[in-house]
Design a protein around this ligand. Sequence first.
Ligand SMILES: N[C@@H](CCC(=O)N[C@@H](CS)C(=O)NCC(=O)O)C(=O)O
Length: 290
Amino acid sequence: MSDSTEYTPPKIWTWNKPNGGEFASINRPIAGPTHDKELPVGKHPFQLYSLATPNGQKVTIMFEELLAAGHSQAEYDAWLIRIGQGDQFGSGFVEVNPNSKIPALMDLSGKEPIRIFESGAILMHLAEKFGAFLPTAQPARAEALSWLFWQMGSAPFLGGGFGHFFAYAPVKIEYAIDRYAMETKRQLDVLDRHLADHEYMAGSEYTIADIAIWPWYGGMVKGWNYGAAEFLSVQEYKNVLRWADRIYARPAVKRGRMVNRTSGNPAGQLHERHDASDFDTNTQDKVAAE
Ligand SMILES: N[C@@H](CCC(=O)N[C@@H](CS)C(=O)NCC(=O)O)C(=O)O
């Protein structure tokens, strides 16, 4: 690969070489399936196909919160989609999400199966279905939805921008790292100022806005994402840290973080989830095996 500073773009871009990046084997300029593969279906009303990236965690945290709040109809099977191995390009997955990205959900609880993709749409679907974690009264509802969509629009700059160029790109490009570090810090400051006088994102109630924002920005200030805590001086964002700690104290959040996790401490990984008891079995087995 040539030094990016010397690159002169050709007249027409063509896909003729791997880009050398961390995800070179799965990045493609075309959509659609690469192979035939049916998705497994379990016994519960909800079938989730995902991985414990920040986008995946939003949905598993939501399911665990719904179950913890007594919504027993929110039982779910969580199947593992290994995006590094191209599972998102299997024909069954593409039928659920034509965009080939986790998380993807099938709601089998009604007369007709419903497919839902995009984590924000999934959170809204579940919140409306169970009447939970989304205020009905204004202005709290508008506030929760504003912050939910803020997350959907902002996190790609953190992940695809900062995280990509800081941690994954095959070359360290100062311009790109500067640009996205600046934007990530600006976003953290947006949150920090808001959380200075708000308990949660939408006010006094914990909502899907917190559930969406926490895995990305809570994870960032907790030092879990991209090994960039020191580089971004995350300790400066004291209100974000306080909020992040409060959310991490919730048992449902701890459980949700474990589901479909394939990296880190084995005791914190639950590759698939089909029953509440899977958490106990997994943790005991894994800790015993360590
Ligand atoms: N806006 C989407 C983003 C989903 C997304 O980017 N998923 C990533 C993992 S975090 C993925 O599946 N990547 C696989 C690929 O790009 O091939 C959402 O919130 O659901």
